[in-house]
Design a protein around this ligand. Structure first.
Ligand SMILES: [Fe+2]
Ligand SMILES: [Fe+2]
Length: 340
């Protein structure tokens, strides 16, 4: 058996994340259409807040996909569903109530997809949890949006059916429902930013790599070892590539030892390539994992103790966020080329 770097379960979860991104785009487009169709200024304001959340969450989703490490195209099935939803939103044959009802269904499917990714991730590996934690925010906010949309449906539906306003106290009930939700979701505090700065991002990726080493060491089944190694291979390759393209050139200006970091990457890369053709069930593979872990940990220590503090000292928060977007962009590009 050779350590292939692809795994069906992980690809399937990656596909679901790609679906979520496509749905998120559609949710924003729907909300923009609904907002311009609504005459009620109160509802319009609430929709506007929802659009702001959803745009921010689009950024969160993009980060989660890059950190998860497997890029995929949205499925044909979801593209068909979205096409139908788009047609319904555009036509004149459906009332505003119908359109909001359709939108609420799409929100619901987004919530379910987010929960599913979490549950599936828990089954497949602890490293996935590290990558997808920010998804908690997206799920929590989408659940809140669902409550809000139910309230809007009540108002618009009552008006369409009777020409009259529904009973008072509706927004109060919506607020109570959202408050109850935050109790259920617990620690999923709403994030106001979609971005981690570059230092936070790199540290998160290092922790994911630590987790993968731990998983490899603890796994008994060669199949599982192969799966974790495949993910480690992808993560380390894309992480190193993005560091070299975006971070190290900037770092050179205030960290003279940057060349050492490049050299260490080459060494790690060589080890990874060697391991790809090894049998993960053997003791040679095990000792190769130990060597790789040591090389990676030494390198990570140097980055975290010496190099990253230099970035922090010499760059503004804004620059660090900007470089973080470039890093994700480079990593995502590399992941796509690995996938194809
Ligand atoms: Fe590095
Ligand atoms: Fe690194």
């Amino acid at each position: 058996m050779v350590a292939t770097i692809d795994d069906a379960k992980r690809t399937a979860i990656g596909q679901k994340l790609a679906d979520m991104k496509a749905v998120q785009q559609q949710l924003i487009a729907n909300e923009e259409k609904l907002s311009s169709a609504v005459t009620d200024s109160d509802i319009r304001q609430r929709l506007q807040d929802m659009i702001d959340d959803d745009r921010k969450n689009m950024g969160v989703l993009e980060t989660v996909i890059v950190e998860y490490g497997i890029q995929a195209e949205p499925s044909d099935k979801i593209q068909q569903i979205l096409k139908k939803s788009q047609e319904l939103m555009q036509g004149n044959e459906f009332s505003l109530y119908d359109k909001f009802a359709e939108h609420e269904l799409l929100k619901h499917s987004q919530v379910m997809c987010g929960l599913l990714v979490h549950k599936a991730g828990q089954v497949v590996g602890a490293d996935i949890e590290v990558a997808i934690t920010p998804l908690n925010t997206v799920n929590y906010e989408n659940r809140s949006h669902q409550e809000l949309l139910k309230g809007i449906l009540e108002i618009i539906g009552t008006r369409e059916l009777t020409g009259q306003e529904p009973d008072q106290g509706l927004w109060g009930r919506v607020q109570d429902a959202v408050a109850a939700l935050s109790g259920v979701v617990g620690s999923a505090v709403s994030r106001t930013k979609d971005d981690m700065n570059i230092v936070e991002l790199i540290q998160t990726e290092h922790r994911k790599v630590d987790t993968l080493f731990m998983e490899i060491e603890q796994a008994k089944d060669p199949q599982k070892i192969q799966e974790f190694f495949g993910q480690l291979y992808k993560d380390l390759s894309a992480h190193a590539e993005a560091e070299q393209e975006v971070v190290y050139p900037a770092l050179r200006n205030f960290y003279p030892e940057t060349q050492e970091l490049y050299d260490e990457h080459s060494e790690v890369k060589q080890m990874l390539e060697q391991m790809k053709s090894m049998n993960p069930g053997t003791s040679e593979f095990k000792s190769q994992v130990e060597q790789l872990k040591k090389a990676v940990q030494d390198h990570v220590r140097e980055e975290e103790n010496d190099a990253l503090p230099k970035l922090r000292q010499n760059m503004s928060e804004q620059q660090m966020e900007q470089i973080s977007s470039q890093f994700k962009e480079a990593k995502s590009r590399f992941q796509k080329s690995m996938a194809s």
